[in-house]
Design a protein around this ligand. Structure first.
Ligand SMILES: NC(=O)c1ccc[n+]([C@@H]2O[C@H](COP(=O)([O-])OP(=O)(O)OC[C@H]3O[C@@H](n4cnc5c(N)ncnc54)[C@H](O)[C@@H]3O)[C@@H](O)[C@H]2O)c1
Length: 310
């Protein structure tokens, strides 16, 4: 199989590019390295196009079987609307046009951010209410994709990722997963800081599961947009318990007031449509994912053997 992974030097894209390569695919990564880490691709041997998807000469690119579009400006705190929308929306249109022209399957990254503060569990048919310009840019992408699903012949699958964590995310600094940021605080000997009173919840999904969802999407019989989460919500307080267990620490949460007036208090994916449309169900619990990830990341000496499910 020949595949393109846009955003392939970023967190999820690099995990996906390496997994595809390990399965024998011929992979081209397109990434402008605006928010990437070259170390993520140190073992990658495919082709690299180090360019903005908005500037790639798509007409000159040969045919591929599948394109996985992960490239996006992913910093949710960016308030420059022009930059965010141009990058994420116009970039997506170019990728979509290329997929249609070359009859390639298109799997693209959407986000649970499109649901905003709608009550959990979030369903694909529920109200969409983006709270920031990043989430809005993802919603516009979904709308463009839905229109194309009605008029074009190709397979298009949108994946609304929930909160992804795992290897290859450290370059994202303040946009890295909450799991990584809290672990870094704990490793520095600091009490982990969370919003008062820690009962907010998130559906954290391990990056290996997200890679699997992308691969499963290729087998879908019909186009559509599905949630990619575990279906389980974990409170901030529970997350700190898990981190203390894995890191061998006993640091109590350091609560502070949430400065945001608009905030997603609870995310939890309804996973039914993903199971039906692409046959995807997550394999890692949040505990298993965190244990595997942080044990390897910090090279922890642990008596509790960490089992890899790959
Ligand atoms: N990590 C999460 O929890 C999460 C949740 C929901 C959705 N997503 C989506 O998943 C995708 C991957 O996110 P990630 O977490 O790996 O973030 P990331 O920032 O690590 O990866 C994005 C990659 O895209 C590249 N990029 C950005 N704009 C580009 C452009 N115009 N042309 C070429 N390359 C460009 C960046 O350099 C980076 O390597 C994104 O579309 C993001 O919106 C991620």
């Amino acid at each position: 199989m020949k595949a393109i992974v846009t955003g392939g030097a970023g967190f999820i894209g690099s995990n996906l590019a390496l997994a595809l390569e390990a399965r024998g695919a011929e992979v081209t990564v397109i990434d402008d390295f605006s928010c990437a880490d070259f170390k993520n691709l140190s073992t990658f041997r495919g082709e690299m196009i180090a360019m903005d998807v908005n500037r790639v000469n798509w007409e000159k690119l040969g045919k591929v079987d599948a394109i996985f579009h992960q490239a996006a400006l992913t910093d949710t705190t960016v308030s420059d609307q022009k930059r965010m929308v141009f990058n994420n929306v116009e970039g997506f249109k170019k990728v979509l046009q290329y997929a249609v022209r070359t009859n390639a399957k298109l799997v693209y990254a959407s986000s649970a951010g499109v649901y905003g503060n709608e009550p959990a569990p979030q369903r694909e048919t529920g109200r969409l209410n983006p709270l920031n310009i990043y989430a809005y840019s993802k919603l516009i992408g979904d709308q463009i994709a839905e229109r194309a699903m009605k008029t074009e012949e190709i397979l298009i699958i949108g994946l609304r990722y929930f909160n992804v964590f795992g290897k290859g995310e450290s370059h994202k600094t303040k946009s890295a997963s909450m799991i990584f940021r809290l672990a870094e605080q704990i490793r520095a000997g600091k009490r982990p800081r969370i919003f008062h009173a820690g009962e907010q919840t998130r559906d954290h999904i391990y990056v290996r599961d997200v890679v699997e969802a992308n691969l499963k999407a290729l087998e879908a019989k019909a186009s559509g947009i599905v949630n990619v989460g575990t279906g389980k919500a974990t409170s901030f307080n529970r997350l700190i318990e898990i981190l203390n267990e894995v890191l061998g620490t006993r640091l109590a949460p350091d609560y502070f007031d949430n400065p945001y007036s608009f905030y997603q208090n609870s995310t939890q994916a309804d996973t039914e449509k993903a199971q039906q449309l692409i046959g995807f169900k997550s394999r890692y619990s949040v505990e298993e994912g965190i244990k595997e990830y942080l044990t390897a990341f910090y090279r922890l000496q642990t008596s509790q053997a960490v089992s890899s499910k790959s």
